[in-house]
Design a binder for this molecule. Structure first.
Ligand SMILES: [Zn+2]
Length: 420
């Protein structure tokens, strides 16, 4: 097979090289032998430009983007230069702009692999592209930092703090701290434990100039998070309870009532009737507006057997409606107090523990109405992280987890087609 060197050179689209020859290797591999057309380099010791030629280094193989399903490997002997400024005249191998020293792949190939890794796993990409897992991790390490670069951030404004379980069923938590920066969601910190002390330490690690730009901290009702935020940011910053965590708490109240009511009904209902309520527990978790006619009928049938459950369900619906309406903090407070009163008057004891939480954290819960834009932000992140969590069980290294979260969140912006 013969190759037109010039065409190939155009297709490779890499600066400072010329193609010498092309060999068709095993397993559909195109081995492209190239040489550098660039003169000189910088001394690795003193950094000065040097151009005293000193032969060539060892042949290196660099994997490049595939061509018509052929694996492309570039083979190059880097030029070497000697420094006449430094003692002992040390030599330096020339490194061209399209690869990183010691890397076995070109930068274009790295970018391609990073794109492939978005929403995927090392193992998957490794198999699809016949590249080792360690090599892929090396690519991640060269391109993705393991923690936040504060210098790249101008303002923080709203910080979200949440925790995820790393392994199913384990009490192995990672605290995720996030912020919207230039309208894009970024993870700014991952912590190995959720004690007040370590959250506080993280907040204090934010440079002062950025700490001053924080307007609110959105968190669940965990005392450690709230305490740390209060200690570092003081009264100037609104600490608001994330509405989805709050919703979980009142939904739990309803769920507990459902369980006890179902136990009671099991003694009353025939087996056939019991079967006719299949998946009714799932319906109770939905908003009425999201149910179809059949589902609503089933729910109403259940409520005829248990008016208490209906009251509790409607209490949840009305609380969600309060959250949905555009209220000022003052209005939100009044509505919420009214809700608490109604629930207490109707003796809906399933919400007792939730009412306790509301009383303790009334300020944080109603701060939601000041900066309600914060809710979508934690929700959006939760959904993303749920996916990462499912995929990345087994990543226990916080730095690696940080790389993967950043890649999923911001990878298309950084490595997508537009930036190629
Ligand atoms: Zn030198």
């Amino acid at each position: 097979m013969t190759f037109d060197k010039e065409t190939l050179q155009t297709l490779l689209n890499l600066p400072d090289i010329a193609v010498d020859r092309v060999v068709l290797g095993e397993r559909k591999t195109l081995k492209v032998y190239v040489h550098s057309t660039l003169e000189g380099t910088n001394c690795h010791r003193c950094g000065r430009p040097i151009d005293h030629e000193y032969g060539h280094g060892q042949e290196i193989e660099l994997r490049h983007l595939p061509l018509f399903a052929y694996t492309v490997v570039l083979i190059l002997r880097p030029k070497r230069y000697q420094c006449h400024f430094c003692e002992g005249r040390p030599t330096t191998s020339q490194t061209l702009s399209w690869y990183t020293r010691r890397s076995r792949v070109t930068k274009a190939f790295e970018q391609q692999m990073l794109l492939e890794l978005i929403n995927s796993t090392l193992e998957d990409v490794s198999r699809k592209h016949a590249i080792g897992v360690d090599a892929l991790q090396g690519i991640l390490d060269r391109n993705m930092a393991c923690d936040v670069d504060w210098n790249a951030i101008e303002r923080l404004e709203v910080i979200g703090i949440d925790e995820i379980a790393l392994k199913k069923g384990h009490r192995d938590f990672v605290v995720v701290i996030s912020a919207y920066i230039n309208e894009t969601l970024h993870v700014i910190g991952l912590l190995g434990d959720r004690t007040k002390a370590s959250v506080q330490e993280f907040f204090l690690s934010i440079p002062k100039r950025l700490r001053r730009t924080v307007q609110s901290v959105c968190s669940d009702l965990y005392q450690g998070f709230i305490g740390a935020a209060k200690a570092v940011f003081g009264k100037r910053v609104h600490i608001c309870a994330d509405r989805f965590h709050v919703a979980k708490l009142y939904r739990n109240g309803l769920e507990n009532l459902r369980k006890s009511e179902w136990k009671r009904l099991c003694h009353i209902l025939s087996e056939e009737e019991r079967k006719s309520f299949k998946n009714v527990h799932w319906l109770l978790r939905q908003r009425r507006a999201d149910l179809n006619a059949d589902e609503r009928r089933m729910l109403n049938r259940l409520f005829r057997y248990s008016p208490k459950l209906q009251e509790a369900y409607e209490a949840c619906e009305s609380l969600t409606a309060i959250y949905e309406s555009r209220l000022s903090k003052g209005q939100g407070k009044r509505k919420l107090r009214g809700w608490m009163e109604r629930v207490t008057n109707r003796k809906l004891s399933c919400f007792d523990s939730f009412l306790g939480t509301l009383n303790t954290h009334f300020e944080e819960v109603t701060n939601y109405f000041i900066g309600r834009h914060t809710s979508g932000f934690v929700e959006g992140l939760n959904n993303k992280i749920k996916v990462i969590k499912r995929r990345c069980y087994g990543i226990t290294n916080l730095g690696h987890l940080y790389q993967r979260i950043c890649l999923d969140l911001n990878g298309y912006d950084r490595f997508g087609v537009d930036t190629l």
